[in-house]
Design a protein around this ligand. Structure first.
Ligand code: G3I
Length: 372
């Protein structure tokens, strides 16, 4: 699949979705009807569509799938579940990570990840698997492996078993997550890199393709959105993978950003997306949230969401947009230690406020997804 696909499969695979209801229902049984169509095509004018009821409908207008990160322990909260049904794609915020699903060697526990997957399936949403090989949220037993053979066996078994469990249910996997250090000057000193060298990345992708040939395979990272040392490093890495025939389908730009418009610069974001697209890879806005700090306004936050997502919509190979959570109240940025506002303010980074009121950012994303 490497280097040969066009960006048009996002729409055709997903189809447009529509619900009979608005966002006010409490039950998990909202009808979701899918229909075919909504392909992205460079030469075609934007697809006209009905006034969208949900964010997913807005994305269907331009052939994109629209995702959200969900936490299993919030799904019982009716306002949370209702807002979640605005989307047609789900990433488990934590529950498909290694520390959750293989807490001790060879003992797999998919119960938490399955709660998120079942919610998605009951509601007609596709699923993104996140994340197979990552230095973070790794159980201690993996961290303490001390030979190349032990690390390789553990990594390959993990990829094989987790992907086998979700085979046929998960559309795409973040196979390797955040392999580069903060600045992009070197690969991180993870247990994988330490014992297997940089080749652990190729090995992981090759194993992932074998484990589920139908799943799309992504490299996912943060702070590699505009043109920088880090985005250059990521670009060169995936370019090499494509040249070597390593099975990779796309690059996730996480997009945990702030309001100032040079972080990332929109022009550079556009250029970075284009050079990745030119390799024949898809691009995902994989974890967007926008911190609102230091006297900035809600309007500015909304504009930032709009402008970034619009750039994705203008790039035919940018196939997915995922918002990293539902309500500000539960954002990962609202916990101690997260990279929140410089002065310690709460960053209110999402589309729904603490009480599930839709923010200006919600309307802005709705417009951007339609290409407006
Ligand atoms: O589940 C435990 C709970 O039992 C315990 O009482 C509590 C006490 O702190 O911690 C809970 O675990 C937390 C977990 O989220 C679930 O809430 C962890 O401490 C906390 O570190 C963890 O944070 C997650 C973070 O990844 C870990 O690095 C965030 O929710 C999650 O949003 C964040 O997501 C990452 C992506 O996976 C990769 N890209 C960056 C993104 C943001 O950091």
């Amino acid at each position: 699949m490497t280097g040969t696909e066009t960006g048009s499969d996002a729409g055709s695979e997903t189809g447009s979705t529509s619900t009979s209801g608005s966002t006010s229902g409490d039950s998990e049984t909202t009808d979701v009807a899918t229909d075919e169509g909504s392909e992205v095509d460079d030469d075609e004018p934007p697809i006209m569509c009905e006034p969208p009821q949900r964010l997913a409908d807005a994305g269907a207008c331009t052939g994109r799938i629209v995702g959200v990160a969900l936490a299993a322990n919030r799904l019982g909260e009716s306002s949370y579940a209702t807002a979640a049904r605005e989307f047609n794609y789900v990433t488990a915020e934590n529950e498909m990570k290694w520390s959750y699903n293989e807490p001790s060697p060879g003992r797999f526990d998919f119960s938490a990840g399955d709660q998120v997957a079942s919610f998605a399936e009951r509601n007609g949403m596709q699923i993104k698997g996140h994340a197979l090989v990552w230095h973070n949220q790794l159980p201690g037993w993996v961290e303490s492996l001390n030979s190349a053979q032990a690390v390789r066996e553990a990594m390959l078994r993990h990829i094989r078993e987790v992907m086998a469990h979700y085979r046929g249910r998960v559309r795409a996997w973040d196979v390797v997550n955040e392999a580069w250090n903060e600045e992009g000057t070197a690969l991180r000193d993870s247990v994988f890199h330490r014992y297997l060298g940089p080749g652990f990345i190729d090995e992981a992708f090759i194993a992932a393709r074998e484990a589920d040939p139908a799943a799309k395979l992504y490299y996912n990272d943060f702070d590699g959105e505009d043109l920088s040392v880090k985005s250059n490093a990521i670009y060169e890495m995936v370019r090499g993978m494509v040249e070597r025939g390593v099975p990779i389908d796309g690059v996730g730009l996480q997009m945990h950003v702030r309001i100032p418009d040079d972080e990332p610069s929109l022009e550079e974001l556009r250029e970075n997306m284009q050079r990745i697209a030119d390799l024949g890879l898809d691009i995902l806005v994989s974890e967007i949230d926008v911190r609102w700090c230091n006297g900035e306004t809600e309007e500015q936050q909304a504009a930032r969401y709009h402008d970034i997502i619009k750039i994705c919509i203008e790039q035919p190979r940018c196939t997915e947009v995922t918002i990293w959570g539902i309500t500000d109240r539960y954002s990962w940025l609202n916990v101690p230690g997260a990279p929140s506002c410089p002065n310690g303010e709460t960053p209110h980074p999402l589309l729904w406020d603490d009480n599930y009121g839709k923010k200006l950012s919600y309307d802005a994303v709705m417009l951007a997804l339609q290409g407006l």
